[in-house]
Design a protein around this ligand. Sequence first.
Ligand code: KIV
Ligand code: NA
Length: 260
Amino acid sequence: MTALEKSESLRNRKNGRPISALTAYDYPTARLLDEAGVDLLLVGDSLGMVVLGFPDTTSVTLDHMIHHTAAVARAKPKALLVADLPIHTYDTPEQALANAKRLVEVGAEAIKLEGGIRQADKIRAIVEAGIPVVGHLGMLPQRVVEEGGYRKKGKTPEQAEFILKGAQAIIDAGVCAIVLESVVPETAASLTQTLSVPTIGIGCGQHTCDGEIAVITDLVGSFPWFVPPFAIPEADVATAVRDATGRYISRITDHARNSG
Ligand code: KIV
Ligand code: NA
């Protein structure tokens, strides 16, 4: 399937089977997740935290994203391959389009960027060039420094209305789906009912959206130093790695040198 066909089939999941999405930042992970049958792979700028060791996503550059998007693309996933535009790479429509094209050149099939009304013109520029765009509303991690932390969104009717207005603006601009992050479950469910494109939730409660996305390290338990409260780990890779490493060290050190 072409990128446009994949993004149209994602859009059509509005009233179909729920969408399963995961982040991936490297070739083997992308291959494993794709072989397992996930619908969408996101090279998220969460890369900054869970792979590159930065405190948040605000240190991620376009070059980081290009490097990791290229690695994921080498897995030739059947899943739609979405890449995040990192902070300050889409300050104008021209810049947004130029940088989206650079991610597409290395294999991204769709682009994701954060924000509502103020991003509509950037989204329109990218979509009009034939590149599918996924939106991202609710908690916007690229604004975590200004906001002073990660907070739940859509708690009051005014906040819910603000997200709805943003969603309508980016749907008009052409997004094929919208990630909702840390929106309280009631608001996420009512937005999902109202909006014409699929919502993909993270931190919005279970079964409130048209699908869910998770950060792969949260799912497999490979980044134990920070686990968001909403994460539901399905494996404990950190323990497996520590144990394997311990056994490896013992294998080497528990025996006297064989002098032959
Ligand atoms: O970067 C990321 O991992 C994301 C998801 C949390 C949606 O944007
Ligand atoms: Na992101």
